[in-house]
Design a binder for this molecule. Sequence first.
Ligand code: GLU
Length: 457
Amino acid sequence: MTVTVRFAPSPTGRIHIGNARTALFNWLFAVNNKGRFIQRFDDTDIARSKQEFADSILYDLHWLGIFPDVTEYQSRRVEIYDAAVERLKAARVLYACYETPEELDLRRKVRRTRGQPPVYGREALTLTPEQVAEYESDGRRPHWRFLLPNFTSDPLQPERTEVHWNDLVRGEETVDLASLSDPVLLREDGTYLYTLPSVVDDIEMGVTHVIRGDDHVTNTGVQIALFQALGAEPPVFGHHNLLTTVSGEGLSKRTGALSIESLRGDGIEPMAVASLAVLVGTSENVTAAHDLSELAGHFDPAATSKSAAKFDPDELFVLNRALMHHMPFEEARDRLIVLGISGDRAESFWLAVRGNLDRLSDAVAWWRILSDGPQEAAEFSGEDRDFLHQAFDLLPEEPWNGTVWKDWTGKIREATGRKGKPLFMPLRLALTGRSSGPELADLLPLMGREGTLARRP
Ligand code: GLU
């Protein structure tokens, strides 16, 4: 059977790096198993889901290099869920409940004070037809719960019932269905909660592997029971650890923190984001992969730690610098053109400056320095100024060859007796206006003799 995975966010905000981790785990798993990747929008919550968020999620996935085989929207598939509901009702594992949230809350409190677990006590199963008729005539609409298979013959006497699976990430997992409330599948207003549509789609779409965050481990116990109630074989499950901020807070789509959009705006390369999103919190070294197929070679779900992984955005810059450092000109060329960097100097310029860039757009400042001179003139002591006058007088005539910087500074050393920092720093400041930057040996040929002399203080 073709390996089939899905990434199933609800389109209620922009995706963040933690969502990207889930998407990439699925994508890389598909890459490594020649599988299919389904983009599924869990948009049954009509009030909070928005098409613009779905569009932005697709845009962010494409930016990361993920191109789904198909895109599905749950809001367009309600009839399929309705049919599943009819089957569950016929099997008498879906039952109507009439409690209000306040009544449920009160019951939970009572159970707690009695030392009982705060799960739903299945009181709705004991309603008489008269009580149901009364609720209905009062205008109450039922919500519907799935009867978990955690009893032998009497649902009011649940017993420990273990659901087991071999998790792709976490190994052997167990959930006790007696520790859980029967989940509500349908709300009073007829809309669906996440649990049932997800299972129905996983069955209908032939999903073979469900890879998602470990906040869904308990759901998996429930959903395995639901797969079985619908007569289907459950897929393989894998639950990866979640990312938190450095101070340990969870990430949320709603706050926009560490959104893929904001990282893109900060000039972070997609492969810096993808490499960190996938490798943080695993036993793999965090290095910048050049593309997703290289990253797939480092991806092993079983190498993922079970505890939450702290995500430090500063690490993105480390990876970004590494990507810049090795980026071939052919890869940068079009992006540099957009930034106004082109012509026959563009390639040697790129090779000279790439090792000094935090982000690609930082190349613009260096291009300006080389084309127009230092942005701010440096201040020099009288002594340094005399030294620089002497030095500029020694600038070799053109044509220059690859050793012009070495030849020039050799002559300066001989004439002035300066060496090391006292020799190089005034030159660097005069030529670039900055105290650090790319090798001057690489920059000098880009300025040419005339351009260099124009920098004489
Ligand atoms: N919509 C669910 C979520 O965003 C999907 C979970 C799943 O992958 O099944 O958490």
